[in-house]
Design a protein around this ligand. Structure first.
Ligand SMILES: [Zn+2]
Length: 282
């Protein structure tokens, strides 16, 4: 599932390839992809509009349109955004196509491709954000676009209880972190997935905040992580390379790179896999 670094990479692609361009045609094939507001609202809202910005909060991509409306794209499990020349053979599961008006003699299309169809394309009036996308208001701090440091993290964790990993995955606490980066961050911070939040010293919270910022920043620089079982690619169709830096995720049974003493273990907690080093993480 794309997490903050992958979504940020897609956002940057939209910013460089799509922002400033007028949408001259809209096709919606699979209505499930536009279920939140419906096909008519998406077509009507995008046709003739120009994207003026591409922002991100957590895993939500938010584009301002010159009409005053906004376009929201959420990739969820398997969504991809691709830009190709018009006439290029579209991949299976291309559910929404925005034709971008001709520029330098070339007509391009932005595709929303989503095999598992959990992803969403929404067009809405920002005055109605609370009704259309109520979850946006409840999103926690975004470690990249918001001010983020140990004080901010300590505040986000204050009053919370229970194991650390579910809290990192909780989008209302910190926005954008998913299973891969939670495991990598906890490993570097030397914290086990089931460590309780109220047992953390201030020094540990400081370290955790540092690793959240560093892991996410490095992963963005690497274009995100592309794993065998995921189809994540950027807007040009390129895979990310941060998986080469993974220390625990996907390394079950292999030696720990950090301590060199024991093998990485994997457990299933609440249906999700967790990889950790039993020696480095306490
Ligand atoms: Zn280790």
């Amino acid at each position: 599932m794309p997490e903050l670094p992958e979504v940020e990479t897609v956002r940057r692609g939209i910013e460089s390839r799509v922002v400033g361009r007028r949408i001259s045609h809209v096709e919606v094939g699979r209505e499930r992809s536009v279920r939140r507001v419906g096909k008519e609202a998406v077509i009507h809202g995008l046709l003739g509009a120009t994207l003026v910005s591409a922002r991100r909060r957590g895993k939500y991509i938010l584009c301002d349109l010159d009409t005053g409306e906004q376009l929201m794209i959420h990739l969820r499990m398997s969504g991809r955004v691709l830009v190709e020349k018009a006439g290029t053979k579209r991949p299976p599961h291309t559910h929404v196509v925005l034709t971008l008006a001709e520029r330098d003699g070339v007509i391009e299309e932005m595709w929303f491709v989503d095999p598992r169809t959990f992803g969403e394309v929404v067009v809405f009036d920002p005055a109605h954000t609370a009704e259309v996308l109520p979850e946006l208001a409840r999103l926690g701090v975004d470690p990249i676009v918001d001010e983020f440091n140990a004080d901010v993290l300590a505040r986000a964790l204050r009053g919370r209880r229970g194991a650390l990993k579910p809290l990192l995955l909780n989008q209302h606490v910190v926005a954008g972190i998913g299973n891969i980066y939670a495991d990598e961050i906890l490993h570097l911070a030397g914290l086990r997935w089931n460590r309780t939040v109220d047992s953390l010293s201030r020094k540990k919270i400081n370290e955790l905040a540092t690793h959240i910022s560093e892991v996410l920043t490095q992963a963005i620089e690497a274009g995100g992580s592309t794993l065998q079982d995921t189809q994540y690619v950027d807007i040009e169709g390129n895979v990310g390379s941060f998986q080469e830096n993974h220390r625990v995720y996907g390394r079950e049974g292999q030696g720990c790179i950090t301590c060199g003493k024991v093998s990485i273990r994997r457990v299933i907690v609440a249906g999700r896999s967790t990889s950790y080093c039993p020696r480095c993480q306490k």
